[in-house]
Design a protein around this ligand. Structure first.
Ligand SMILES: [Zn+2]
Length: 599
């Protein structure tokens, strides 16, 4: 804080010398307030426009979307030699690093750190070579409308700035749960930006909640089991071997992300926080990209948190700039692996993950704490004492293992009428072709989904399907003209699988986009079903026995007249013709007309 004040003073006093002039004029709004406040979006853009005017060969502002309330979504393209397009970046063999701030706009360090860093790269000459071999795409504020809904009361757990943005965008969606379902206009704009640039590395800057401890910053990367091995290896080397040691050499203290098994007692160890494709880093993993989640510690001062982000971004960019080829090799290899996998009938792609039951020792640089019984909550109240640093030796259960997995099909087939699904394929830039003529005698695999159970409350605007039973069965069908064939020999194959495999945690089925398939449209009147039941039992003594057994075994069933009649209705052609629970997307597996995917 003192440094910023001094710089401001020097700037005011010594306008005649070039260096001081630059230093004085380029103080950022947060620095000018000594990190008490963070600038509005208009002030942020004004500062960036001044930087661009001062360094047009190094910085370029672009609008990549419009928010629901009509504000521009802005990205800054930064490169030391004016490499400002994806094609130019690829031609120059420069990896593209996307840094985004303010997806949760109350957690806004990334904006103020980014303004300082761009200034020091492009204008003040402090790090003129940081972007010699890397193109930076920087989003200063992702959730712009949420950023402008600023209040001192938006983050109860956090220590400044004085006023801060709101976690939801204007339609009350959390953008960091929206990557796969892509409901928000902001997400659709981001996905276009992603497909345009195909960034090689994503950095998403947040502020944490949770426990108190000594670290000024924690960081998270996706579990290696969720990544192509080359990407996992590159990421580990970058963070564990290079960036974090360099960051700590600058005087910081960092840790892997700390999700405590029991928030009332940090000694019980840490576990994985879950993540998944609805999150930024999880989505990047599906796209064969490494990604870094930065979480500054909410109880450190805003000045400390901004400088923590500034320094980590600087060392990460420095490491990538030092060896850009390693990152490019990792991402292109991962894409090639995904494309080649389509020909491997033995491939298994994990859809869900479970905690690895083995733990490793972990040294937690925490604080002393007390645990008292609270008569308000009737639970344990933990109170930290930040004046007493304590190192705890705890267990780390952060690792994950694959759980449910599946062999990728050669292709999926989406009926042309399921526009909801096709729109999502488009949003994610998934390649497909639409057949112009009916395709006869196609052997495929269909899913039947039964016993659906929904959540009792909405989540992100959806009543999610929580559980169901799944049966795969072979079918031979004629695909009508207009059917959409989604081949799996494409680099976005993992995203397609996440959307279309029912068991994937962020499948469109789980998000409730296909809830209608569980609704029977026609019902039988009881007086009609009475006769149907008698006719069916007369024809089928086994069915009669089954009914009687169920009456005996299931008292709730026995007590429900409608269910007793439906027992017969649901086994009759009057019901099965409705195809309740028939999942509309088909898999074409290897051996079932493999050439369907090749044209
Ligand atoms: Zn956050």
């Amino acid at each position: 804080m003192r440094r910023a004040g001094l710089a401001f003073l020097l700037g005011a006093m010594a306008m005649s010398t070039h260096a001081a002039d630059a230093q004085g004029n380029w103080i950022t709004p947060a620095e000018a307030s000594q990190f008490r406040t963070t600038p509005s979006y208009a002030q942020t853009l004004a500062y960036l426009q001044h930087l661009q005017q001062a360094a047009p060969g190094k910085l370029k502002l672009e609008t990549f979307g419009i928010t629901p309330q009509g504000r521009p979504m802005t990205a800054v393209i930064a490169s030391s030699d004016g490499t400002f397009t994806p094609d130019a970046a690829r031609a120059a063999h420069k990896p593209v690093v996307l840094v985004q701030a303010g997806i949760h706009p109350g957690e806004i360090e990334g904006k103020d750190a980014g303004l300082m860093l761009l200034r020091d790269i492009a204008v003040t000459g402090k790090y003129p070579h940081l972007l010699d071999h890397v193109v930076l795409v920087y989003i200063p504020v992702y959730s712009v409308d949420g950023h402008e809904y600023s209040s001192p009361y938006n983050r109860i757990n956090q220590n400044g700035p004085e006023s801060m943005g709101f976690r939801g965008q204007a339609q009350y969606l959390n953008l960091n749960r929206d990557y796969i379902k892509a409901d928000a206009p902001e997400t659709l704009a981001w996905l276009k930006l992603w497909q345009t640039w195909r960034p090689d590395f994503l950095i998403d800057v947040h502020t944490t909640d949770g426990a108190d401890y000594q670290y000024d910053l924690t960081w998270y990367t996706e579990d290696p089991h969720k990544l192509d091995p080359v990407v996992a290896t590159w990421q580990h080397k970058l963070m564990v071997e290079q960036a974090i040691p360099a960051y700590e050499n600058l005087g910081h203290l960092a840790s892997i992300y700390l999700e405590f098994k029991d928030g009332r007692d940090p000694r019980k160890g840490i576990e994985n926080f879950g993540s998944g494709p609805r999150f930024s880093t999880g989505y990047a993993a599906l796209q064969n990209r490494p990604a870094l989640l930065i979480e500054t510690h909410m109880l450190k001062s805003y000045a400390v948190r901004v400088h923590a982000v500034y320094d980590l971004l600087r060392v990460v960019l420095d490491e990538i700039d030092r060896d850009p080829a390693a990152l490019l090799a990792a991402t292109s290899r991962a894409e090639a692996d995904t494309i080649a996998r389509a020909n491997d009938v033995h491939a298994h792609v994990p859809l869900t993950f479970k905690p690895d039951p083995t733990s490793t020792p972990f040294e937690l640089k925490g604080y002393a704490f007390t645990q008292t019984h609270s008569d308000i909550s009737n639970d344990t109240w933990i109170q930290y004492d930040p004046s007493k640093p304590v190192t705890y030796h705890i267990e780390n259960w952060n690792g994950l293992l694959p759980d449910v997995s599946t062999t990728p099909p050669v292709a999926y087939v989406v009926p042309g009428e399921w526009k909801t699904i096709i729109d999502k394929l488009d949003a994610h830039g998934i390649a497909y072709r639409r057949i112009g003529h009916p395709m006869k005698d196609v052997e495929a695999t269909a899913y039947q989904i039964d016993q659906p159970q929904w959540a009792s409350e909405p989540f992100e605007g959806h009543l999610m399907l929580q559980s169901f039973t799944l049966h795969a069965h072979p079918v031979e069908v004629t695909l009508p003209a207009g059917s959409v064939i989604v081949p799996m020999n494409q680099r976005a194959a993992n995203v397609a699988m996440e959307l279309l495999e029912p068991q994937a945690p962020d499948s469109l089925l789980h998000w409730g986009y296909l809830n209608a398939i569980f609704e029977a449209k026609e019902f039988g009147e009881p007086r009609v079903l009475e006769k149907l039941a008698r006719d069916m039992m007369a024809k089928d003594p086994k069915l009669k026995a089954e009914f009687e057994q169920k009456l005996h075994d299931d008292p709730a069933f026995a007590a429900n007249g409608r269910e007793r009649l439906d027992f017969f209705f649901m086994r009759s052609p009057w019901y099965t013709v409705q195809r309740v629970g028939a999942y509309p997307v088909l898999r074409v597996d290897a051996g079932q007309l493999a050439n369907i995917a090749t044209k």
